[in-house]
Design a protein around this ligand. Structure first.
Ligand code: CA
Length: 236
């Protein structure tokens, strides 16, 4: 975690650096905008830039704009004069992510840095929306409507798939035969509950090592069935 700190006042630079370092951040410092741009090019692992607005020479807004253009994913926090509402607006227009008004407390700045860092890291790695149900050692691929075990497909009928999905989504919870019948065959199915048992038996033959002593698809006597999850399935 590396921060680029651009601030012409040494005393502010010092206390910001000390506080960031205490929180485990590496800090590279620049006194002028030109220096900051050079540093950014030289140190590609900078994640957040803290930029003072009022600087001799190139001001913080310009630095911000240039950094933003070159490094779209860099986090940028502007240090603005508290009284200058205009500075906040300007900073955001130049592509800053946040601003802290001067004078600020170290805690305030650190909180902003941390919040921004969290935002950046969660944006950098979008959660992969894997549409599958983990029924270790099986995986139910919901989009493809397939059950696989170690990349081997276990061929299921649509009803068998629906039963495993229902029980798997409610793992370790007993589901009654009635519930299974309604969920899988529909509310208006006219027929016997035994069709549930028949399908369960077929599934067991496909997935259980010993269908007579199921490790996954358990019978809940007098009630229904249960998918057993997170238990050891040695040998399966
Ligand atoms: Ca200044």
């Amino acid at each position: 975690m590396k921060v680029l700190l651009l601030e012409d006042e040494k005393s502010i630079r010092d206390f910001v650096r000390i506080n960031l370092k205490r929180e485990g951040w590496a800090v590279v410092e620049a006194e002028t905008g030109e220096e900051a741009l050079e540093l950014a090019d030289r140190e590609p692992d900078i994640e957040i830039a803290i930029l003072d607005v009022m600087l001799p020479g190139m001001d913080g807004f310009e630095v911000c704009g240039r950094l933003r253009q070159k490094y779209p994913r860099l986090g940028i926090i502007m240090l603005t004069a508290k009284s200058q509402e205009r500075d906040k607006v300007m900073g955001l227009e130049f592509g800053a992510d946040d601003y802290v008004g001067k004078p600020f407390s170290p805690a305030e700045l650190l909180a902003r840095v941390k919040a921004l860092y969290r935002r950046l890291s969660s944006a950098a790695v979008p959660p992969v929306e894997k549409n599958e149900l983990d029924l270790s050692p099986f995986t139910l691929l919901l989009d493809e409507r397939k059950l696989v075990k170690q990349d081997q497909e276990i061929v299921l009928t649509p009803k068998e798939f629906a039963i495993i999905k229902l029980l798997g989504e409610n793992a370790n919870k007993a589901i009654s035969r009635d519930e299974i019948l309604t969920a899988v065959w529909g509310q208006f199915f006219i027929g016997d509950l035994k069709i549930v048992d028949v399908n369960i038996r077929r599934i067991r033959q496909k997935i259980e090592r010993d269908p007579a002593h199921p490790a996954f698809l358990e019978t809940v006597w007098g009630y229904g069935y249960l998918w057993r999850k997170d238990v050891s399935h040695e040998g399966n």
